[in-house]
Design a protein around this ligand. Structure first.
Ligand code: SF4
Length: 425
């Protein structure tokens, strides 16, 4: 039996796809990159944007074509809204909750050698990369930001045991992995059991425990919520060796009324103070963010507060989304009254500010030698990331994928930098 995986959306689905791959491999299924030769197609859905759901409907056309010629089993998991379930059940043979992933074996009538644990966190992944890995530390979210589907699709927060997280990291580092990214919807609220014994530790302590593992590796994490980012965590960013000087901290809006309507539980000035504190503690740290433009009721004046915040904070990168209704959320009951062309204009304006701040931040690297973890090679160029998560490209006759190299920065662009190998003449 051959299976094909389709993963939409964020790194959580990519990580879950790795767990699913291991589970199916254990059942002696073989993975194929070609949907046309698969006996089983497993889709990991994303409901954060309607476009990802529309792509599933597009896939259904392909399923119908294949089924005209031969049998095909289709399964769906990931982030699926209750309201989309009836339609999805018509498309897919099997629909299951991602936290029930181990039950897929039974649903497929397959056989898998006996395993120690069967819970979602017990399932080991089949890492796609040989040098970078996501390590899930928690799933779900308790925050109920009014525009977000995650608390409905992934449920409430559940944290993985700290010892299991540390052991997975140890194992990866021993295997030579040089970048680990801890993932969770809101890692700052992590409270994991130390082991099977009573007592829990928070995210800052978890990072400290991983940082103690010797080796040449980078430790990253995402995503953080500003309301839960503690002084203890800032201290960890400051004093650890392996935790990288990069922080993704979604702001979503620069206007307090909109932040309140989003149920974000912080103000714009608190966010700015937090960034200042972090930059003071960790000079040179790079900061990226998420922002939504055209949230229901957002006036031009309120949007201008976001522009102002962007100018003040001088982000290195931002993921700017035009608001779109997600059924089942609180915001879906609000009037989506900002016209599409106005949302596009606001996105364009913010992008313009970001382009300037990102370029000016990148120019500070000119002439400096930075460590780059090379992620890919093609057409005579290597491309990778600095410790601060900046993309760097350089000409090379050799493929350094998976290695750390020193690069002298020669050119700065808004979305990346170019340089040359520091040890080449
Ligand atoms: S913190 Fe808010 S935006 Fe992030 S997953 Fe939770 S509800 Fe969604």
């Amino acid at each position: 039996m051959k299976y094909h995986l389709v993963s939409f959306g964020c790194q959580f689905n990519s990580s879950d796809a790795e767990k699913a791959a291991k589970l199916l491999d254990d059942c002696r299924y073989r993975q194929t990159d070609d949907l046309n030769e698969a006996d089983l197609v497993l889709v990991l859905a994303c409901s954060v944007r309607q476009s990802a759901i529309d792509r599933i409907y597009g896939l259904n056309k392909k399923f119908i074509q294949i089924r005209r010629r031969r049998p095909l089993i289709t399964a769906l998991t990931g982030c699926v809204l209750k309201s989309d379930m009836p339609k999805m059940k018509k498309i897919f043979d099997i629909v299951f909750d991602i936290t029930d992933l181990s039950k897929l074996v039974k649903l497929l009538n397959a056989k898998r050698p006996k395993q120690k644990g069967q819970s979602y966190f017990d399932l080991h992944p089949q890492y796609r990369s040989k040098f970078q890995s996501y390590v899930p530390i928690m799933t779900g979210c308790n925050n109920f930001c009014t525009y977000c589907v995650v608390p409905y699709t992934r449920g409430r927060e559940a944290c993985r045991k700290a010892a299991d997280v540390v052991n997975e990291c140890k194992d990866l580092i021993a295997k030579g992995y040089n970048e680990i990214t801890l993932i969770g919807q809101n890692v700052n609220s992590y409270q994991g059991k130390i082991n099977n014994v009573q007592g829990t530790i928070g995210f800052a302590k978890l990072l400290l425990n991983i940082d103690k593992i010797p080796g040449n590796y980078r430790l990253r994490f995402m995503t953080s919520h500003p309301k839960d980012l503690s002084d203890e965590l800032i201290d960890v960013l400051k004093k650890t060796i392996h935790v990288m000087p990069y922080l993704h901290l979604p702001v979503q809006s620069g206007n307090n009324t909109i932040l309140k309507k989003m149920n974000r539980n912080y103000t714009a000035s608190r966010y700015k103070k937090l960034i200042n504190k972090i930059r003071k503690a960790v000079p040179g740290i790079c900061v990226s963010t998420d922002v939504i433009v055209g949230f229901p009721g957002e006036t031009k004046k309120q949007f201008n507060d976001t522009v102002k915040l962007f100018k003040e904070v001088k982000f290195d990168m931002a993921y700017i989304a035009e608001y779109s209704i997600r059924q089942g959320t609180v915001a879906a009951k609000m009037d989506d009254d900002v016209p599409k062309n106005e949302k596009e204009r606001r996105k364009f304006v913010l992008n313009g500010v970001l382009e300037k701040t990102a370029l000016s931040n990148n120019k500070k690297y000119l002439g400096k030698i930075v460590d780059v973890l090379v992620e890919k090679y093609g057409r005579g160029f290597c491309s990778g990331k600095t410790a601060t998560f900046k993309t760097v490209k350089f000409k090379s006759q050799n493929d350094f994928t998976g290695e750390f190299v020193k690069v002298k920065i020669k050119e700065a662009m808004p979305w990346g930098m170019a340089g040359e190998l520091a040890n080449s003449n």
